[in-house]
Design a protein around this ligand. Structure first.
Ligand code: 5RP
Length: 220
């Protein structure tokens, strides 16, 4: 089985009847959502909360019942992907530009399940540039302030145009070297007025499921 499908399906074993489930974004979360669609078809009663417009469309196409975000107070389980993880289960997310909705949903989740290729794991974060969602207004000032925190910042483009997030903001990908204290760096970035949210998810993941290269899953 495709490793992304393997970990995606494994993650759904945390879902029980009656739960409210956060639905992640990306090519790995896709397989978890496909499996949830199958479980719903077979009678599982859950309500989903999508982390992006793309995931919302996928969930609707699979007839997964959804909750409007304004009706959400607490989520039982969220399953999402990651771009990088460290030895303490800190994450870098936002490769798919959905980090703001992903972090809001993670912040009210009781059990946060991450599914990611084992190759995305290392002792310290820093290989993957940290995506930061910034306001359009003053973005040049915000980019300069991010640079002063020690990164090489790059505005993200898609198909030749500046990428607009689901929330009508921009993404700046910030390449740091070794990130030894993700919680501290996250707080420093979020203290900048033009930063809406950043892609460091420090201390949020309960488990990370990856594949061992031989067709079995590893859960840390
Ligand atoms: C989207 C994300 C994704 O979860 C992350 O980019 C991983 O995606 P994939 O599973 O396709 O590698 O954070 O904003």
């Amino acid at each position: 089985m495709n490793p992304k499908q393997l970990v995606g399906e494994k993650a759904t074993t945390y879902i029980k009847d009656g739960m409210i489930v956060g639905l992640g974004t990306g090519s790995t979360a896709y397989f978890a959502i496909m499996k949830i669609g199958e479980l719903v078809k077979n009678g599982l009663s859950i309500k989903g909360v999508p982390t992006s417009k793309a995931t919302e469309e996928l969930a609707i196409s699979l007839n997964i019942p959804l909750l409007a975000i304004e009706d959400v107070v607490k989520i039982d389980v969220t399953i999402d992907g990651a771009d990088e993880f460290d030895a303490n289960k800190n994450l870098t997310k936002g490769g798919g530009a959905a980090l703001l909705r992903e972090k809001i949903i993670a912040s009210v989740t009781d059990f946060y399940v991450i599914i990611a290729d084992a190759a995305k794991g290392s002792q310290f974060l820093g290989s993957f540039a940290v995506p930061v969602e910034v306001t359009a207004f003053g973005k040049e000032i915000t980019i300069a302030q991010l640079k002063a925190l020690g990164c090489i910042p790059k505005l993200r483009y898609k198909e030749g145009e500046l990428l607009l997030t689901d929330n009508q903001n921009y993404i700046v990908d910030c390449k740091f070297e070794k990130i030894e204290n993700p919680a501290q760096l996250s707080a420093q970035m979020n203290a900048l007025p033009g930063v809406v949210e950043n892609g460091l998810f420090a201390g949020m993941a309960n488990v990370i499921i990856s594949e061992d290269g031989k067709g079995s899953t590893i859960t840390i």
